[in-house]
Design a protein around this ligand. Structure first.
Ligand code: GDP
Length: 297
């Protein structure tokens, strides 16, 4: 069943109030229920929805909605502004302010899109920031993942540093940094092993990698289709690592992308980029306004 836009639903509610002398607090509560539904339909995690609605409620119960000529539109305006402010806060390009090579650590579950995004980011940094970029894979559990990084790195026009399954991830990382320094690379992108679900051994390993690499960016790669589960994944990665940014992948899918709000709120890290296709050029700077419109439907 197609769901109509939030603003239509709210206008309908306001029409039902016609004849009333003024909009009451109860009317605002009814409207907020529609907002809540819209966020849940977009797969924003329940605790995050509650928090968000409480923030909006404080503003809505002020003069902005009660007493407004068009309360439905006024509320949509507040919700939209709050959503854009939340998911758009701190949006910025990749930070490269470090003694070269600037190290970027990619973290996330298996299948989130880490390897693909590593290559997309390499291409972005080469073309838009004119950097010399090296990639390396610390995924010693899946030789196919190392080969995959090699292939996509070539497509990106970057250089790939070899690694093998018999090595320790920390040793691979150190060797790659050493090589990057000697060869004057500006950036070293480190792809890491993921698991299908949160796993303590994986978290320990990536914490060790973080300590050895001292990255200037630690990016959490998360699948926008993950929906409600995104909150648990985000919590686990935030506890394990000082995340500096988020990349939301698979926004070309048909999800409403509520994961953006959940993950932003849980980690506190800015959403820097969005993945928009399987191809090497399918990476866009995250657009909070456009994304807020998509979440609200
Ligand atoms: P990893 O296990 O985290 O390294 O994930 P991969 O990079 O191997 O990606 C898993 C799958 O998701 C692959 O089939 C990718 O082509 C696909 N993928 C990654 N990012 C995107 C995206 O933004 N859009 C689409 N449609 N597919 C993506």
């Amino acid at each position: 069943m197609a769901t109509s836009a939030l603003s239509d639903k709210l206008s309908r509610l306001v029409k039902q109030m016609r004849g009333q002398a003024r909009i009451t607090e109860a009317n605002v509560q009814d409207m907020l229920r529609e907002v809540r539904m819209a966020l849940l339909e977009a797969d924003v995690a329940l605790p995050v929805v509650r928090d968000f609605i409480n923030r909006v409620k404080d503003k809505a119960l002020g003069a902005e909605v009660v007493g407004s000529l068009n309360p439905g539109q006024a509320l949509v305006g507040i919700v939209n502004r709050e959503l854009v402010a939340t998911i758009g806060e701190g949006v910025s390009d990749i930070n490269l302010q470090a003694q070269p090579p600037a190290v970027i650590l990619m973290a996330g579950l298996q299948g989130a899109g880490k390897t693909t995004t590593t290559a997309k980011l390499a291409k972005h940094l080469i073309e838009k920031r004119k950097k010399k970029v090296l990639t390396v894979s610390g995924d010693v559990y899946r030789p196919a993942a190392i080969e995959q990084l090699k292939t996509v790195t070539a497509q990106a026009g970057a250089e790939w540093f070899p690694s093998t399954p018999d090595q320790k991830p920390v040793d691979i990382a150190r060797a790659a940094i050493d090589y990057a320094r000697k060869q004057y690379f500006d950036v070293l992108l480190v792809d890491t092993a993921g698991r299908l679900a949160i796993d303590e051994a994986m978290m320990k390993e990536i914490r060790e990698l973080h300590a050895a690499l001292n990255p200037v960016e630690t990016l959490f790669v998360v699948d926008a289709m993950q929906g409600q589960d995104a909150i648990n994944t985000a919590k686990a990665f935030k506890e394990a690592l000082p995340l500096t940014g988020i990349i939301l992948t698979k926004l070309d899918g048909d999800s409403r992308g509520g994961a953006a709000l959940s993950v932003r709120q849980i980690t506190g890290a800015p959403i820097k980029f969005a993945g928009t296709s399987e191809k090497i050029d399918g990476l866009e700077v995250f657009d909070a306004e456009r994304h807020a419109g998509r979440i609200l439907g």
